[in-house]
Design a protein around this ligand. Sequence first.
Ligand code: KIV
Length: 284
Amino acid sequence: MAETRKKMTMPGLFKKVAEGKPLSWMTCYDYPTAVMQDQAGMDMILVGDSLGMTMLGYDSTLPVTMDDMIRHTAAVRRGSPNSWLVGDMPYMSYQPSVETAIRNAGRFMAETGCDSIKLEGGIEMADRIAGIVRSGIPAIGHLGLTPQSVSALGGFRLQGKGAAQAKKIVDDAKALEEAGAFCILLELIPDRLCKLITERAKGCIIMSLGSGLDAHGQLLIYHDAFALYPKFKPRMARVFADAGKVIQEGLNGYVKEVGEKTFPSQENWFGMPDEEFDALLKSL
Ligand code: KIV
């Protein structure tokens, strides 16, 4: 555990990359988890719009609003003062226009204290990235499997397997870097394609989610890492600890003990002196 940490900065992220040290990045949506991730020394934290699925129980990320994102991102900032905090731009908070994108990115920075924002899309979103960066806000691009376009992509599946689609992802990465993105997340693309893009990146940090080891670091969804999402376990995830099982066992135990009247016990409640209780009875 990192007991005393320095706040992670953009130069700090690039320094680690230059030293060949992989960056750790994980999603987080609430205060207590943010405290633990900060303590673990997580380099970056993403408050992803995946919270629509993992925390709010929707079937996709599309219903998530800016207000949802602001509330969760501010809570994570309170728990993690040191990790580089990324706010994820939700559906339709940047697609309509460059101005909408800048306004909502600005809301993220002003109302949550996050360090940067992330948005999905390639060449067609490069002008949004450029506008946001021109406004002084560090921006991260997101290519490959982009969940806000899941309908157009035909489901949560590998992207860039064929040469033509892979070429489009290479071109998209170049366009985002040229637009000023300091970092690009590559989600669920073949490992060789991820390696190629990482090698071609000039001044941009490339992060992998399910795209192999040859990037500057890894992102993992918290609920996948701790078996907390009951609907499915993606192949790209590894369960680092089965918290879902531990919590389920705890809940079963609580329900059982309440039913058996073995919880609470003496140490869980407070008594009242006899004279006070007698006085109470007399007063009734
Ligand atoms: O919302 C999110 O958590 C994300 C990841 C899937 C990359 O964007």
